[in-house]
Every structure is written in C-alpha cells, then in structure tokens.
Design a binder for this molecule. Structure first.
Ligand SMILES: Cc1cc2nc3c(=O)[nH]c(=O)nc-3n(C[C@H](O)[C@H](O)[C@H](O)COP(=O)(O)OP(=O)(O)OC[C@H]3O[C@@H](n4cnc5c(N)ncnc54)[C@H](O)[C@@H]3O)c2cc1C
Length: 374
C-alpha cells in the first residue's frame, strides 16, 4: 500500500497544475491519471486555448484571471517554455448580446483596458474579418492563447522535479473515506491519502456523484483550415477572435504551424458519459462552421487540414464547481468547467493546493461553490 499527504485524481489541465503546486509546497503527492497526459481523450487537447481578462461569462472571474495570468507567467519563467502568446483577442457581436455586453460589464467593473472598434471599421483594421451586421468589436490587447499540451507538460515536469509521484495509465476505480484517510483503488494498487483532490474533467460526474450537481458532457469539434492567403497569422497582426452571430458563437486562432483553428462555442452533441467519446466527424457541425467561415472569414481557404473532437463538461448555469466537498472536509475539487476552464488551470491548481495544505484559500471562489444548487 502507498501513502501520501495528497492524492490527485486526474492530471490533465487542472490536475497537472495542482500536483505541481503541491509538490512545490513540500507535500508528498501522488497524481493518478487513466491515460498519460497530455492526451486526446479528455478536454485539454487541440493545440490552443483562449485566455482573456474582460470576461463576458461573469465579472467575478476577473480576480481569478489575475491569479491565472500570474500563474502562467511564473510557469513560463520556471520552465523557460513559451506558453502564453499575447496576440490580443477581438470579440464581435451585437452591443446588447451575451459577448459584448458581458465583456463591457467586466471591463467596466474591473477597470480593464479594452478598445472599441465600430462596425464599419472592423474590416479596415482586420481585412480577413467581415462582422455580422449591426455588430461592434472589442479588442483586448493583453489576451491571446495558451499552448494547451505544453502547459500540461510544463506543470508535470515541475511536479516531478519537486518529487511528485505521477502514475499514468492508472484509472482510479474507487475512492472511499475511512476515518480521516481517503482510500483509492486502482487495478494494481491501494493508496491512502490524508487529502484528496479530484480534477476528473468529463469523468467528474462519476467521481463526484454525491455532489448531486448534474453535468452535461458535450462533444465539441475543432477544425484547422489552410491559410493560403496568409491573412490569418499573428505576423499579419491577426488576433484570436470570437464572433457572436445569429446562428452561434464561433471563435478561432491565428495560424500556428499548420492551419487556422476554428470552432463553435455554443451547441455541441450531448453524450451520456466520457466513455462514449470518439473522434467521429459531425457533418452538421462542420456545415454550420463552414457557413460561418464563408460569411465572416472570406480570405480563409475551404481546404480542411485536420479535425479533432473534445469534450465540454457543463453545469446547469455554465459556471465552475470549485471548493471543498460539503460532506468530506479533506476532499477538494475543480469540476464542471463548462468549456471555459483551461485558462484558469494555473489559478485552480494553486487554489486546490491551498485548500489541501491549509483548509482555506484567499482566492474568491465562493461564487463557484456547489452550494448554489442546493
Ligand atoms: C473544444 C474545446 C475548446 C475549449 N476552448 C477553451 C478555451 O479557449 N479557453 C479555455 O479557457 N477553456 C477552453 N476549453 C475548456 C478547457 O479546455 C477545459 O475546461 C479544461 O481543459 C478541463 O480541464 P480538466 O483538468 O477539468 O479536464 P482534463 O484535462 O480532461 O483532465 C481530466 C483528467 O482526469 C483523468 N481521469 C478521469 N477519470 C479518472 C480516473 N477515474 N482515474 C484517473 N484519472 C482520471 C482523465 O484521464 C484526464 O486526464 C475548451 C474545451 C474544449 C473541449
């Protein structure tokens, strides 16, 4: 039997950050994953993730974003890797729509620097973009993208360097509480831990079933198109973009290596469990995305270079579940990240580490407590 101060189930986006923070804080930590992160079976793959501060989803995330930006910067410094690319983020939508109204609210409440771009100036400033009618643009310059697999690799490297025991291809079959100890079982091992952290991504609803918060798993698709006209590169001053149209919210990235990555944020195909995930194409999703591209990214080639499927794990209000379990004081979690959680992984890893090491955190996470559903 193995013993440790803290066991972490899931060492993907958030769990890799948690094991690194714990190991650096001097805890004896075992991180277990059913695969070998970074991998393509969960929610943290597909080259890039958007990071932005003027947060349309809710202004209460902004203090956590300050913490997250600091965390990614610290990780870059500690590892010498380039992980964050501040290309800027251009958001376009109706003035009163979810994206623009929410972004303006966050920027105003938190005094964030943004630049408004009028409808008829958008194509002058970004020649590859045609905005939907009657929309406005907001450019946030200190925003951009993270390289998703590289971030996970960097955190796992840090964790190992500080002595964490990382067990890959080790699905945790069960966890139970015995007195003050958590007992975890894999096919070949029993682990006893003083504290338990669960960062199971799309498997969280099974691992955290007794939270009784329904989480919907959505299959989402990522597409890479050829950039024959070279209009969509960061060298051409092309930013990450997110466009709210009458038919959906679409987003994309400047070309990195091969192709311009595009995806749709809303919608998605519900699946019963993460075990049902596969990499099959969804023709209707692709048709809708290509109709968006034809209308709003007219210089983009129609040549599809690559495609991947990924999973969102969505709570009823699309806000995260973060904190300490209401019935088990040594069990902490970050789950239900609802398709917008990767940018926070650095902060969430630090918060989970604080909760496991001290039982508290100074980060403002009360709004993410599962108690809001009870
Ligand atoms: C297409 C797509 C685009 C996205 N775009 C953005 C974006 O632009 N910006 C942004 O901030 N966020 C974005 N997100 C959301 C973000 O990527 C996720 O919220 C985040 O990566 C989830 O991290 P996680 O650690 O919860 O899950 P994961 O990284 O999937 O990690 C969960 C881990 O738990 C492991 N696991 C599960 N069960 C067990 C078990 N029983 N035993 C051991 N291990 C187990 C899994 O193998 C996995 O490695 C996007 C997501 C998708 C799918």
């Amino acid at each position: 039997m193995l013993r440790c101060d803290v066991a972490v189930i899931g060492t993907g986006g958030v769990g890799s950050a948690a094991v690194a923070h714990l190991a650096q804080a001097g805890a004896s930590v075992i991180g277990l994953d059913r695969y070998s992160p970074p991998h393509i079976h969960g929610s943290s793959h597909g080259q890039t993730r958007v990071i932005r501060m003027a947060y349309f989803e809710h202004p209460d995330y902004v203090p956590l974003l300050h913490q997250a930006y600091r965390g990614w910067s610290d990780l870059q410094q500690a590892t010498g890797r380039s992980l964050y690319f501040p290309t800027g983020v251009l958001q376009i939508g109706p003035e009163a729509g979810e994206v623009i109204a929410g972004t303006l609210r966050s920027a105003q409440e938190h005094h964030l620097a943004i630049q408004r771009i009028a409808y008829d100036e958008i194509t002058d400033v970004f020649p590859g973009v045609v905005a939907p009618e009657d929309c406005v643009g907001i450019l946030e310059r200190d925003a951009g993208y993270l390289l998703v697999s590289e971030c996970i690799q960097a955190y796992l490297e840090q964790a190992k360097r500080h002595g964490a025991n990382i067990k890959t291809d080790s699905p945790v079959q069960s966890w139970t509480r015995i007195g003050q100890t958590f007992e975890l079982r894999t096919a070949s091992e029993v682990i006893h831990a003083g504290q338990l952290i669960i960062c199971g991504g799309a498997w969280a609803s099974q691992l955290l079933a007794d939270l009784k918060v329904p989480m919907t798993i959505l299959r989402k698709h990522l597409y890479w198109y050829a950039n024959d006209a070279s209009a969509y590169t960061s060298q051409a001053q092309f930013p990450v973009f997110l466009i709210e149209t009458p038919t959906g919210i679409y987003y994309g990235f400047p070309q990195i290596e091969h192709g311009v990555k595009l995806s749709r944020h809303d919608g998605g195909e519900p699946i019963a469990s993460a075990a049902q995930q596969n990499q099959n194409e969804d023709p209707a999703d692709r048709r809708a995305l290509e109709a968006f591209a034809a209308g709003h990214l007219p210089l983009l080639s129609k040549n599809l270079l690559h495609r991947e499927a990924c999973m969102y794990t969505v709570t009823p209000d699309q806000h995260f579940l973060v904190g300490t379990h209401p019935e088990h004081d040594g069990l902490h979690f970050a789950a239900g990240l609802s398709g917008h959680g990767f940018k926070f992984a650095s902060a969430l890893g630090e918060i989970l580490c604080d909760l496991a090491m001290t039982g508290q955190t100074s980060s403002p996470i009360e709004f993410l407590s599962p108690r809001r559903f009870s």
